[in-house]
Design a binder for this molecule. Structure first.
Ligand code: C5J
Length: 229
């Protein structure tokens, strides 16, 4: 049998994740300048972006190994059309007073608007040609996107999930994926939050109750398996 079609147990919570490389995509959620760079949307809301930047190195190493094996990669970007027609009023309104909102002009262009510098993936984790890039208006990567169809077209039913922020777009995507029948493995060092306590709680929520939403591990065991393929 082809090595990538075999099953490799990954040490994880609540028990080993049955990794089948041939059926698995790496999902990198919202590693965008607006969330990770000083001057972006996240920083403008008063957050410390260095807490998110911790995930850049581990994701970069995992991406490199994943690309070497030639498995599918999905990058997502949260953002909206320039006319904001896909921005629900409630999402627009719900923000602290006196700070720039989605669609307003910030130091990196209009905040979370497609085509603007702040909406781009950070230079350390740019998508390569041929990789899937999903532009999503919501927190979850499946809502109002063609992600499920794209994954089905390449025979993927497992997701290794990374990116930011753990309790918002990462966890929403894992929950959406779970309801659609995907097995998700969340990697603790490849996800991050502006709130470390939310990061820790989110990981626990995923693997609790026998893996109610999926599995949690770190990048080390996955890198070891990828290196052996
Ligand atoms: C947020 C995200 N935190 N990518 N977005 O608004 O988690």
């Amino acid at each position: 049998m082809d090595a990538i079609a075999a099953t490799y147990p990954v040490t994880a919570e609540p028990y080993a994740f049955p990794f089948v490389p041939a059926a698995c995509a790496l999902v990198v959620i919202d590693m965008q300048r607006d969330f990770l760079e000083p001057g972006g949307f996240g920083a403008g809301l008063g957050n410390d972006v260095s807490l998110l930047r911790r995930a850049i190195g581990p994701i970069g190493r995992l991406l490199a190994a994943w690309r070497t094996v030639g498995l599918p990669v999905v990058h997502t970007r949260e953002g909206h059309c320039p006319d904001l027609s896909d921005l629900p009023r409630a999402k627009h309104r719900r923000a602290p007073q006196d700070v720039p909102r989605i669609g307003d002009l910030g130091p990196m262009g209009r905040i979370l608007v497609r085509g603007q510098p702040g909406h781009e993936l950070i230079p350390e984790l740019k998508a390569l040609p041929g990789e899937i890039v999903i532009d999503k208006p919501g927190k979850g990567a499946f809502y109002a996107t063609d992600l499920q169809a794209r994954l089905e077209s390449v025979g993927v039913h497992q997701l290794v999930v990374t990116g930011v922020t753990t309790e918002v777009c990462v966890q929403t995507t894992v929950r959406e994926a779970n309801d659609r029948g995907y097995d998700c493995l969340l990697l603790s060092d490849c996800t991050a939050s502006y709130f470390p306590e939310f990061h820790a709680a989110s990981l626990k929520m995923v693997s609790a109750q026998g893996g109610i939403f999926g599995w949690v591990s770190s990048s080390g065991p996955v890198l070891k398996i990828l290196a052996s393929l």
